[in-house]
Design a protein around this ligand. Sequence first.
Ligand SMILES: [Zn+2]
Ligand SMILES: [Zn+2]
Ligand SMILES: [Zn+2]
Ligand SMILES: [Zn+2]
Length: 114
Amino acid sequence: MGSYKQACIHCGRLVDADARICPGCGSRSPLAHRCPSCRKEVRPGDAACSGCGRALYVDCPHCRQRTWAGERCEKCGKTLLIVCRNKRCGDAQFFDLARCNACGKKLVPGKFLG
Ligand SMILES: [Zn+2]
Ligand SMILES: [Zn+2]
Ligand SMILES: [Zn+2]
Ligand SMILES: [Zn+2]
């Protein structure tokens, strides 16, 4: 045992260093803020990703206000992640992606993450 654990940056719960989801708050990036497109680590407030150059400020699909591209809207608190509807994928993806970065196929937007 003795697997290495770190605190979730969103809720503080200890999670495995390679965890893909936080059991405490359900975050899909518990240990670092990541670019929704290329998954490079980014800092909240960065205007653009240093890896792929995508803008990190978007209009929230729920309240239409400007928000940083985290997992949740800074203004209304709703999730910015949708469930990929491609077969055998079902991963949570950022709502504005053209392509799912889990299965690599064109993202067919499903419902927002519950
Ligand atoms: Zn958490
Ligand atoms: Zn990026
Ligand atoms: Zn919002
Ligand atoms: Zn997918």
